[in-house]
Design a protein around this ligand. Sequence first.
Ligand code: CAA
Length: 291
Amino acid sequence: MEINKVGIVGAGQMGNGIAHVFALAGYDVVLNDIAQESLERAMALIDRNMDRQVTRKKITPEDKAKALTRIRTTLELADVGPNDLVIEAATEDEEVKNRIFAGLQPHLLEHTILTSNTSSISITRLASRTDRPERFMGFHFMNPVPVMQLVELIRGIATDEETYETCKAVVLRLGKTPSTAEDFPAFIVNRILMPMINEAVYALYEGVGSVESIDTSMRLGANHPMGPLELADFIGLDTCLAIMNVLHDGLADTKYRPCPLLTKYVEAGWLGRKTKRGFYDYRGERPVPTR
Ligand code: CAA
């Protein structure tokens, strides 16, 4: 099946990046959010991030101009439904996602493929509450979307082969690489990444090292582009904690227990970059460790 028109629900950190890469790949994009202000912020960010790519000669100014004309914003779910592919990229909250899928339902076309960018919620469970579990799958982008090469494709128990093959072809047209994950808690990337981040928080909690020494060790000792605590701030500490809880609950193994210090930071509202404080304080000119 050919995909030309794409609807995206949620214009936050992930949604704006997803709209960015689809528009650059030549798809017509409808970007939806519940607040006009979020849509405006998303369009400004897309503009700025495309500028970075123009400056680095990754795309031409004409590519950027054409891509921007392909993105339409809307506050109505009714405009998102009638597309070939819909990607839900709203808050990581199952109730919110279920409400969105229910709101989209009357507006979907017969052939619309419905997907979620969830980083950890069961695809099979989300799919079972829609009218099309066979045309439903996980379409999981990494942050920052325009830069990261991978898209995880997660098959629910009922996802049919045509849906999977269609989504795989879309990932390739975006110039990205698909990896296939089965529908178990947190899939592949987060199943491996989050316990590493959680372990880094334990190392901090137990006094094995400071924020700076833990991040420097992993950056220079394991060649990671960011240290684990810097990466946790980048992803959002609330998201990291939510994913650890999904692993802990879903696999019932104590090796996934979230570090109490991670919980403490989230309780304080120190969620990382988005709130300007996490393992680092971002309020000044350069980030300063908070421990
Ligand atoms: N849009 C477009 N381009 C961007 C961008 C954005 N939002 N952010 C960065 N870039 C580009 C820069 O322009 C630059 O381009 P060139 O390579 O052409 O020079 C390149 O990306 C590198 O950026 P910087 O030089 O500014 O900074 P950097 O070298 O420190 O790289 C980084 C930044 C790409 C974020 C890098 O630090 C990195 O890869 N970090 C790890 C990110 C990661 O692990 N992400 C996965 C998180 S897990 C996840 O997302 C799953 C989940 O469900 C939680």
